[in-house]
Design a protein around this ligand. Structure first.
Ligand SMILES: NC(=O)c1ccc[n+]([C@@H]2O[C@H](COP(=O)([O-])OP(=O)(O)OC[C@H]3O[C@@H](n4cnc5c(N)ncnc54)[C@H](OP(=O)(O)O)[C@@H]3O)[C@@H](O)[C@H]2O)c1
Length: 326
């Protein structure tokens, strides 16, 4: 049994439910490795778990993404050794800890050309961008896309990657500073959705053609504008709800807006097979190593101050990726 500290919550609620506590760490079980974390990725989904929007058993240690060093191995683990630099991005939850045991099947090795911070800042968000490009068929032909929250963690990576694939990228952002960042990271046009009509601007920018794909992680506040920004038979990808959940809707809404396609994907379903997880991680790390993709760590917090990090993320104060440092 080893000791460590973790940020744990005993009830759902505001950020101050997150408490820094000592935890007991048993030896890794069969198929598990113990990872001592060096950097932990903060993700918006952590706030859904904290508030109870996505219910989790309590008490809980939040966090789906971290990078660190393998410290011990359970029975039957192959392909890893003590001292390996590794990361994971699809849970199970428990990343807000100095160290933890985790099933080796979700863990990947980090190549030497990618440092711990960049890996923890991009593994979940970058693999998300990777499968979102698949869904939008951006690797097949040049397309025009609308990306909401373009200066956020997923947003900056998705916009850059789409641009490299030849897409025309329109981003939405909530401030001037974020607009500059989005324009420097692959956006051809930026819309300040806090002050202007997204659908009208998209119409003007595209000469009435509108976009092939909308990537909408904002949810409640952007839903109507997203549908109105799509060309007939366009693809609505609803992959998050930073402003709150999308209200229930009738399927005929998709017909009324031009026989639209609609999907509500999660990363988990796009890395279910070990081979797929490895392939997405490999492509991401290659893009980082080649410099094809820049990951921006916009802010870093001590792990024990996770509550402050949550407040800033929910308060729209962050840009790019956010790290918690144990
Ligand atoms: N389905 C999946 O597989 C998957 C995987 C990863 C992430 N996601 C989703 O993708 C989204 C982005 O995640 P992230 O971790 O990279 O976060 P993020 O985009 O860095 O942060 C959220 C951003 O959303 C914007 N926003 C608009 N309205 C908001 C509101 N009312 N409250 C808070 N933020 C608001 C803000 O940017 P502005 O100030 O520019 O508006 C804010 O910075 C989240 O919705 C997350 O759940 C989904």
């Amino acid at each position: 049994m080893a000791g460590a500290h973790a940020v744990r919550m005993h009830e759902v609620g505001a950020p101050d439910v997150l408490r820094w506590e000592p935890i007991e760490l048993p030896e890794p079980g069969p198929g598990e490795v113990r990872v001592r974390h060096t950097a932990i990725g903060l993700n918006f989904i952590d706030t859904y778990h904290r508030t109870g929007l996505y219910p989790v058993p309590l008490p809980a240690v939040l966090g789906s993404e971290a990078v660190g060093v393998v410290e011990a191995l359970g029975d039957g683990v192959t392909g890893f050794a003590a001292g390996d630099r590794v990361g994971y991005a699809t849970g199970p939850m428990g990343a807000y800890a100095e160290a933890r045991n985790i099933t080796a099947s979700v863990v990947v090795k980090i190549p030497p050309g990618v440092d711990d911070d960049r890996a923890a800042a991009s593994l979940l968000k970058g693999m998300t961008a990777h499968y979102l490009l698949d869904i939008g068929r951006l690797r097949e032909s040049p397309r025009t896309i609308l990306v909401h929250a373009a200066a956020g963690g997923v947003g900056l990576l998705l916009c850059q990657w789409a641009k490299r694939l030849g897409a025309t990228v329109i981003g939405t952002v909530g401030s001037e500073a974020k607009a500059k960042l989005a324009l420097a990271s692959g956006c051809d046009e930026v819309i300040r959705y806090d002050g202007e009509s997204v659908a009208k601007r998209v119409h003007a920018i595209t000469n009435g053609k509108k976009v092939d794909v909308v990537y909408d992680s904002v949810g409640k506040d952007t839903w109507s504008d997203s549908l109105a920004s799509l060309r007939p038979r366009g693809m609505m990808v609803s992959f998050g709800q930073s402003s709150g959940p999308v209200a229930p809707f009738e399927p005929r809404v998709l017909a009324a807006n031009g026989s639209l396609f609609f999907t509500r994907p999660t990363l988990f379903d796009y890395v279910r097979e070990r081979a797929e997880l490895e392939a997405r991680a490999r492509d991401l790390f290659a893009a980082l190593e080649e410099g094809a993709l820049n990951v921006r760590v916009g802010q870093t917090y001590p792990l024990r101050e996770a509550a402050r990090a949550h407040r800033d993320l929910e308060g729209r104060k962050t840009t790019g990726s956010t790290l918690l440092v144990p």
